[in-house]
Design a protein around this ligand. Sequence first.
Ligand code: DC
Length: 221
Amino acid sequence: MLNIAIDGPVGAGKSTIADEVASRLGILHLDTGAMYRAVGLAVLQHSIDLQDEEAVTALCKQSQVDVRYENGSQVTLLDGQDVTGLIRSQEVGTAASAVSRYAGVRRLLVQRQQELAKTQPMLLDGRDIGTVVLPNAPVKIYLTATPEARAMRRLKQLQEKGDTADFAEVLAEVNARDEQDMNRAVDPLRQAEDAIVVDSSDLTFEETVQAILRLTEAANA
Ligand code: DC
């Protein structure tokens, strides 16, 4: 099964790069962060305390987080509702990072991701794909960039959406998210031993896509 694992910190461009690489390879892209975001959104909607592990885990068990594909693009569903747009806010991102610390939440979502990846060749992006979700993936990439380069990209994305954030604020957010994602007790973000690092700090979008496609070809040769 041609499964590709891409992990890396926030703002490294994983989602857009993964979308493009998957589309050029003619396979589906599963954005696993969207699933944690859907749980984060559910917690916010139910006004549950993000620090309350038991209540968050119970809600995750009750909630139906699913994905479906429309013209090759992922649509993320929470209890049957399309939440693809709703989960993109900064607030939901922070909630996603908080709920992703909990073992019960991770167990449920990892299982769902593994089921999906079994059905067809897929590219999965996240934080623990190469280490936990698909430890036997034939291609593992750790896509990263300096915190400053990531904050600059994030800032541009936010500005395009009309958000008024400034660089220092976004950089602080990137550093806080790295800290939370890399230091949580359960399945923290780390590079799998057999993953290849792609540092996109000084690469254009196309150069990054090409670098990953070359690594994919090399692994399948
Ligand atoms: O990639 P993203 O920013 O959409 O992910 C949101 C949060 O979800 C991120 O801060 C950490 C968490 N996450 C995770 O723990 N494991 C994954 N495989 C994907 C995301």
